[in-house]
Design a protein around this ligand. Structure first.
Ligand code: BG6
Length: 518
């Protein structure tokens, strides 16, 4: 009983959820994988949680031919796993409509215009339109130009018109800038929502809460107390059915330019003046400016790239990357990157940020490890006791939470220290699974909150930083491409990246063990 009472008191009281006003969502690429796997389930969950406005409809646009009824049936079948939701699903799909056509065809847009006018009238959505571009990126500009020509993205008096753009946003600095310039010909920055789904993850949002809603971390969140920071985003999956895209992208574009840099930014940025989207995004931009640029001649000292060879994951044999379906048998595309970033600022002077991400690694885990310095003087040194450094781990997924590794006396002998782990696990504590990242992001876009979306200047800075590496790798082709066995933690050279600084990657195999030294 007492335990329960304590838990209740310690729960955060400050909860806020904003329900959007009248809105519509128009998805381009409505018959694609992202729509069926992520967008529709997230929108349905919002509907189930009563977070969608009463005045709402969803209009799918794609080349695939469906009638409204056929599209609804497709959605119903995809959502029907949860039997108890059948009634809600039937209510939800009443709000769904579909039109098909070619994205470069004017007639699609005049039909779209009529359909929007009609649906706005029926659902009383006040001409508020959230367009979601879930198509292949090479059609983004075509769609925007047509929407603009047909005056579909011009904001009128009290209505909004916003566009969510999926990654990849360009493939290097030049193409990203070109895309941005084109967008700004017909849209204001306040209408553009560049999505990075990592920012919608509960644990990623929690980085700001943890840092700025507690006083205990800020005084030690700097070069005086932190030795290094390690960010790992490891996946066991390979390229799956996405070889067409991944062969053009590679891991640096796929994970570093967006998710990895966003994580780094959130861990390292200065406290924003407020939670206003402009304040948060200003700080993120400032932080990106402090990252020391990578000079072409020294890139190999800071970046390791590798590709997986066959191996075993969870007991199953998996093939070489080059033997995956639709992958060029001579492909030089990297499926793993490890890197060292340095930040030129007072806070982070001399603190390396080591980042690694890869496909077909030993297990799926995303975490940020803040590794603190050793104690300045150990009174235990004379007993030959090695004191491990304190580590704060922010577990992004799959065991969402955080842990603090500290030294404490192990009961028994007079002097015996061991590393303890103080763990907080979201699912255990809150007893429910947090929302999917897309739920948060779609809701925020409908209410017009851009905090969790990437601003134009941050996008430019991230490409500016990584484009020299992409160019160097392009020039070198297969030179310096390393290989690693699937089911491992990557190539051994990634260890050397840290060893030469006298450091090691955090061992992700021996999680939470209390090792008895006797
Ligand atoms: C996507 C990448 O942005 O993120 C994928 O394109 C990657 O290659 C995915 O697998 C990882 O996302 P999550 O949420 O599963 O960590």
């Amino acid at each position: 009983m007492e335990q329960q009472a304590k838990t209740r008191i310690s729960r955060v009281q400050l909860c806020e959820e904003i329900k959007p006003g009248p809105s519509s969502i128009i998805i381009f690429g409505a018959s694609g994988d992202l729509t069926f796997r992520k967008l529709i389930p997230s929108i349905f969950t919002l509907f189930k949680k009563n977070l969608l406005p009463q005045e709402f409809y969803l209009l799918g646009v794609a080349r695939t031919q469906y009638t409204d009824e056929e599209y609804r049936l497709e959605i119903k079948n995809k959502l029907s796993e949860e039997k108890e939701d059948l009634y809600l699903i039937s209510k939800f799909i009443e709000k769904i409509f579909f039109i098909s056509g070619n994205y470069n065809d004017d007639s699609l847009y005049s039909y779209l215009k009529n359909r929007l006018r009609y649906l706005d009238e029926i659902f009383k959505t006040q001409q508020n339109h959230l367009f979601y571009l879930a198509t292949p990126p090479n059609i983004y500009l075509e769609i925007i130009r047509k929407l603009s020509n047909f005056e579909l993205i011009k904001e009128k008096n009290n209505s909004y018109s916003r566009i969510i753009i999926e990654k990849p946003f360009g493939r290097d600095l030049k193409s990203s800038n070109e895309l941005d310039e084109e967008l700004h010909k017909s849209l204001k920055e306040s209408q553009i929502y560049r999505i990075d789904h990592y920012l919608g993850k509960e644990t990623v949002q929690n980085i700001m809460m943890l840092r700025f809603a507690n006083i205990v971390f800020e005084p030690i969140w700097n070069y005086k107390y932190i030795d290094n920071v390690q960010i790992t985003v490891a996946e066991t999956l390979g390229v799956e059915h996405r070889a067409g895209y991944f062969e053009q992208a590679g891991l640096l574009r796929d994970m570093f330019q967006n998710h990895m840099l966003q994580l780094l930014t959130l861990v390292a940025m200065e406290p924003p003046a407020s939670l206003e989207d402009s304040s948060v995004r200003d700080e993120k931009t400032k932080l990106l400016k402090t990252i020391r640029p990578f000079e072409k001649d020294y890139i190999d000292e800071f970046f390791i790239r590798a590709q997986y060879k066959k191996g075993k994951i969870n007991g199953f044999n998996v093939p070489d990357y080059r033997q995956e379906p639709n992958v060029n048998p001579n492909s030089n595309v990297e499926t793993y990157v490890a890197a060292k970033f340095l930040l030129d600022s007072w806070r982070w002077s001399g603190v390396p940020f080591y980042l690694r991400s890869g496909k077909r690694l030993k297990r799926k885990i995303s975490e940020i490890a803040i590794i603190f310095k050793e104690v300045p003087h150990s009174i235990f040194a004379k007993n030959n006791i090695y004191l491990e450094q304190n580590v704060l781990i922010l577990n992004i997924q799959p065991d969402e939470g955080f842990s603090l590794k500290i030294q404490a006396k192990q009961p028994g002998s007079k002097l015996c220290l061991n590393t303890l782990s103080m763990d907080f696990n979201y699912n255990e504590f809150f007893k429910f699974k947090g929302p999917d990242a897309y739920e948060r992001l779609l809701l925020d876009a409908m209410v017009g909150d851009q905090t969790l979306f990437v601003r134009s200047d941050a996008m430019e800075l991230s490409w500016k930083l990584l484009t020299p590496i992409l160019e160097k790798w392009e020039e070198d082709q297969d030179k310096n491409l390393l290989f690693y066995e699937a089911g491992t933690w990557g190539p051994k050279e990634a260890n050397e990246l840290l060893l030469k600084d006298n450091r090691e990657w955090r061992n992700l195999d021996v999680e939470g063990e209390f090792v008895n030294v006797f």
